[in-house]
Ligand binder design. Structure first.
Ligand SMILES: [Zn+2]
Length: 238
């Protein structure tokens, strides 16, 4: 029966649409979008921490270098006084000499600290660079995955759209009554309310059809149902 073939196509298109929609819904999970996002966010935080550390060390270095420069200037002033040989008493000279020595010690100590900070800064910058490279790599990978995701999403959405058009077209060909009957049968028996005859068996429950039923289906005059599962039967075109 020609009508039932259209009904079958309508049923199949609806089943397919449901399947594609399910696939669409599971797509973000398939591409692990949520995990990727969390991973990238965590990496970005780690990178920021490394940057903060480098920044902190470089400010500390600057402070120490400024302090060392100030100290050096001060010491040079004292040394000038010391070697100018102006009207200073021996006691004053001795005090000045002491001060200069003390400052030299202080400068040496600062110099040590500066070297230490430079080493730490060097390490921190290296870690920062490594982290930045890793972050960049992961972000590029993420972009790639998102691109694939968007392409598949678009293709599936297109498929849904085409199926919707097909379903709409078929609904104009197949009566509401028949569709409702098919729907009710499907709810009772499983996915399908109308199935093709396969050889001489029901395409739904696979049970052999009686000669009488087969004849009726071939005749195509009325709607014939399987005696076992009650699904509507039609003879597929060869
Ligand atoms: Zn059957």
């Amino acid at each position: 029966m020609q009508k039932l073939e259209g009904l079958y196509e309508w049923q199949e298109a609806r089943l397919k649409k449901r399947k594609v929609e399910k696939k669409l819904k599971q797509l973000p999970e398939k591409y692990e979008l949520e995990n990727r996002k969390k991973n990238l966010e965590a990496l970005e935080i780690e990178l920021q921490q490394k940057r903060d550390r480098s920044g902190e060390l470089s400010r500390e270095l600057k402070r120490k270098e400024d302090a060392a420069a100030r100290l050096e200037n001060q010491r040079k002033d004292y040394e000038k006084k010391l070697y100018q040989g102006d009207t200073q008493s021996a006691k004053e000279l001795e005090q000045l000499q002491k001060k200069v020595t003390q400052m030299q010690k202080e400068e040496a100590r600062l110099e040590e600290e500066i070297l230490e900070i430079m080493m730490h800064l060097d390490e921190a910058r290296e870690e920062e660079e490594k982290k930045a490279a890793h972050f960049k790599q992961e972000r590029e990978k993420d972009e790639e995955v998102k691109k694939e995701y968007r392409a598949e999403k678009e293709a599936l959405e297109q498929e849904v759209k085409e199926l919707e058009e097909e379903i709409e077209k078929l609904e104009q060909e197949v009566s509401e009554e028949l569709r409702q009957r098919c729907h009710n049968l499907a709810q009772r028996t499983g996915l399908r309310g109308v199935v093709p005859v396969e050889g001489s068996s029901c395409g739904g429950c696979k049970v052999s059809l009686s000669a009488f039923v087969l004849e009726q289906v071939k005749g195509g005059e009325e709607i014939v149902t399987c005696e076992n599962c009650f699904r509507m039967l039609f003879l597929p075109r060869q």
